[in-house]
Structures are given as C-alpha cells and as structure tokens.
Design a protein around this ligand. Structure first.
Ligand SMILES: Cc1cc2nc3c(=O)[nH]c(=O)nc-3n(C[C@H](O)[C@H](O)[C@H](O)COP(=O)(O)OP(=O)(O)OC[C@H]3O[C@@H](n4cnc5c(N)ncnc54)[C@H](O)[C@@H]3O)c2cc1C
Length: 439
C-alpha cells in the first residue's frame, strides 16, 4: 500500500460530502419538523443512501481512489462502509415504526401494492447483500457470481431508495431537490455502466493473444501475451492487470494478476505467472497458445522508486514472487546497479517458482536471494521454517533505512512481515504490501 496524503484528504472530504449530501439537500429550506426520533429515523436513511452511493465510486477501479489509499485498504474501507450503509438503511424503518406505528402502512399492500412490494424487496435485498458478503463461502457462491449479484443488489437498493424519497416527497418537494436526487442516482448508474459495459467494450477494441505457455515450478504457469492489432500496454514493474481469457470481455471471469515480465519488454510482450488456486487459475496450465485475451490496467502502486540509489528488500511467499520477477527482470534489462535482497519462502524446494531463473538473475544484478523452506530436503543448509522477526533481522541489509520494503505472499506471512519490519525500526512509509486475497 502506498499513501498519498493530499489525495487521501481529497477522498475523505469527498466521502464526507457525498455521504451527507442527500441529508443536507433534504433538510435545506423550510420543513415542518416532526418528532426527534422521526427525524433521526429519516436522517439515518439519507446517510445510509449517501454512503451507498459512494461505494460505486470506490469499487469502480478509478485510479485516483486507489492512489490515495492502496487497493487493499480501499477494499477494506468499502467493506466497513458498506456494512455501515446497510445498517443505517435498515435502521431507518425500524426507528420510524418505533416512533410512530402509523408508518407501518408503508408495508401494507392493501394501502399501496407497488410501494409495499418495493420496500419489502429492498429490505430483502439489503439482508441478502449483507449475508452474501459476510458468508459468501457458506452460500457456495463463486467469487464471480458473488461480485455480479453484489453489484445488482446495490444498484437495486439505490434505485428503490431514490424512488422512495421522491415518492414520499416530504423533504424533496422542490424541483431542484428532486433533480439533485435524480442526478445522484443517475451518477451511480453511469458508474456501473462505465465499469460493466463501456470498459469491456473498450477492451474489446484492444484484444490480446496468448503467444506461449511455460510451465514453472510450484504448479504455476506463465502466459505470454502479445497485442493483436494495437501497440500493447506499458506498465511499471510490480503493477497488475485484470485478465479475461476467451472470445469476449463481457464475462464474469475477470481476474487480477501481477505482471511477471520485464516492463522493458512491454508494450508488445508481457507475461503473467499463475498458480492454480481455484476454478479459473487451475485452468491456466491448460490454456493453449492462440487463445484470445483481454486486459484492463495497469493498476497498482507496488512499484519501486526510479532512483537506483534506493535499494529494495523483497519478501515473498509462494506465488507472491510474481511481481518481484517483473522488478528483477526490469532492473536486469536496465542494468540497474541498486542493492537487492529477495527473501523467498516456500513449503518445499519443488514449490519454488522461478528457481533457476533467480540464479541467472543473480549474475546480472546486485542481488542476494535467501530461500526459506518449511519442509527442506535432508541436505538443506539454508533457512528453514517460516518468515518471522528473527529471520528478517538476520537478513536485513547493513543500512536498512536506505531501502524500500516490498511484501507479497499469503496473508499470515504478510501480517507477520509487516509488523516485524515495523518492530525492526523500518518506517511504515517504506513498507509496501500487495495482497492477492481481496476478500
Ligand atoms: C493485485 C493482485 C495480484 C495478483 N497476482 C497474482 C499472480 O501474479 N499470480 C497468481 O497466481 N495469482 C495472483 N493473484 C490472485 C488471483 O487473482 C486469484 O488467485 C484468482 O483470481 C483466483 O481465482 P480462481 O477462480 O482461480 O479461484 P477462486 O477459488 O474463485 O478464488 C479464490 C480467491 O481469489 C480471489 N478472487 C477470485 N476471483 C477474483 C477476482 N475476479 N477478483 C479478485 N479476486 C478474486 C478471492 O479472494 C477468492 O476468495 C493476484 C490477486 C491480486 C488482488
């Protein structure tokens, strides 16, 4: 994660403005006040809607948002704020019914059938949104279907919410207020249309082809991609892109993978190294050269500084080695003299991805590689066990404050490495993490 204070402030202010905008607009101008709890009940509904609207910006993969906080922190924020939004919106009818039971007629189909159906539907949608987000695996929902359902439910909630506000009309009788609410709803829909329709449509104009598939150690395979009829894509080492394989980008199967090739081989040739983990990634080995592909990106800020005076300590576990291969190959292609340390943890020797290649790279770079094996062979004299504070302390460079620290691997390893580095006196701003597990 990389932190940009100015952008973070901008996005926090944007969040506060958008989260409170529906309430501020509603309360502007003369309104006959009702009881305190009725106003609180209405207020939480407006705030819930405002927070929900902001989620469409957060999850639309807009570079500015991610630059401010880093992708993993942003998704954490989305998760927490999404829960808050659902809580606020569900609290809205509860507070109203408790403070004035006549509001129960909103749910009475005999009074107004469409309204009762819409409000019951939105309540069900909110509960589903919450349950599928918290217990996706218990519902046996694949990540792709969960993402699609999540987006549809959220759009439905925002749509019904805005129609409900306009229909009740108590706070939005002025035309300008109605126009503002319609614009907020249209803005959310526009973001969804951009993410789900316009972006794939633009990707379709720039197809790629799998040129080669190489088997790697650790059950991983590298897909080499070349552009079809366009110049390709520039990226910086450590970045990632969303990959879709097959004839159309209009599919639920779109997965993020770090570039594993040299940034200097781009834009006309790039590679991803994929380790079988689930339904999509396990199929990577079976991909045939000639398969069509589509890319969205590049994204990410897990990128070393250009300054060759700044060394890098790279801490990887398993498939987390992929972004480091891109960094190392790029440094080698550029003849970059900086001091590099790679600490690479794996279960066993045959699980190490890029083992031979790392030896070759050592000859071209100022690079020290430390392998850490959980289950080493008998003759092994290197590090064993898991990465922890003592192991890191043994292998930190002489002048640790002149280095950037990159961590990528399984969640527990990342947590331990992050806190161990901080404990060893490395400032947080020097530590960059890339988490492969988004939810
Ligand atoms: C920034 C980033 C870079 C990555 N780079 C690499 C890499 O270089 N090599 C590699 O092997 N893996 C990489 N991954 C992980 C890879 O994206 C997942 O392993 C893959 O998407 C799993 O999909 P699946 O269908 O095979 O497995 P599933 O069993 O469907 O999913 C396993 C887990 O992967 C995550 N996941 C699944 N689908 C998606 C999706 N569409 N978007 C986001 N997360 C998803 C979810 O957390 C899910 O619980 C990266 C992930 C991220 C976030």
């Amino acid at each position: 994660m990389k932190y940009s204070l100015a952008r973070a402030i901008f996005w926090v202010v944007s969040f506060l403005v958008l989260a409170t905008a529906p309430m501020l607009v509603a309360y502007l101008g003369p309104i006959a006040p009702r009881t305190f709890w009725v106003e609180v009940g209405v207020g939480v509904g407006f705030v819930g809607l405002g927070i929900m609207l902001f989620q469409f910006l957060l999850t639309g993969r807009y570079a500015g948002v991610a630059t401010a906080f880093g992708l993993d922190s942003m998704l954490q924020f989305h998760r927490q704020m999404g829960l808050a939004a659902v809580g606020f919106i569900l609290l809205h009818p509860v507070l109203l019914f408790l403070s004035d039971p006549t509001y129960l007629e909103y749910l009475d189909p005999r009074v107004q059938l469409p309204r009762a159906l819409a409000l019951a539907g939105v309540t069900g949608a909110l509960i589903l949104l919450l349950a599928t987000s918290l217990w996706r695996r218990s519902f046996r929902l694949s990540y792709e279907w969960w993402r699609a359902i999540h987006g549809l439910l959220a759009t439905f909630v925002v749509f019904v919410g805005i129609v409900h506000i306009l229909q009740v009309g108590y706070y939005v009788s002025d035309v300008w207020k109605q126009a503002t609410f319609i614009a907020l709803g249209a803005g959310a829909v526009a973001l969804v249309v951009n993410t789900r329709i316009l972006r794939p449509w633009r990707m379709r104009q720039r197809p790629w082809r799998v040129d080669a598939v190489h088997e790697e150690g650790g059950d991983a395979s590298t897909l080499v991609l070349v552009p079809e009829g366009h110049p390709g894509m520039h990226f910086r080492p450590g970045q990632f892109a969303w990959l879709t394989l097959g004839d159309t980008p209009f599919t639920l199967q779109q997965h993020p993978f770090s570039f594993s090739s040299s940034a200097d081989a781009a834009p006309g040739r790039l590679a991803f190294t994929i380790k079988g983990d689930g339904d999509f990634s396990s199929g990577a080995r079976a991909i045939r050269p000639g398969t069509s592909a589509f890319l969205e990106g590049p994204y990410g800020y897990f990128v070393p500084k250009e300054d060759p005076g700044m060394g890098c300590v790279m801490i990887a576990g398993g498939v987390g080695a992929t972004p480091f291969r891109s960094m190392l190959r790029t440094f080698a292609d550029r003849g970059d003299p900086r001091e590099l340390h790679l600490i690479l943890a794996n279960e066993s020797q045959d699980q190490v991805i890029f083992r031979e290649e790392l030896e070759d790279l050592k000859a071209r770079l100022h690079l020290a590689v430390v392998h850490v094996l959980e289950d080493p062979p008998k003759e092994w004299e290197g590090e064993t066990g898991l990465i922890d504070r003592d192991l890191l302390a043994r292998h930190l460079p002489q002048n640790p404050l002149e280095f950037e620290y990159f961590i990528c691997g399984p969640e527990p390893m990342m947590d331990i490495a992050e806190s161990a580095l901080r404990g060893l006196g490395i400032p947080q701003k020097r530590i960059l993490s890339e988490r492969f597990n988004m939810v």
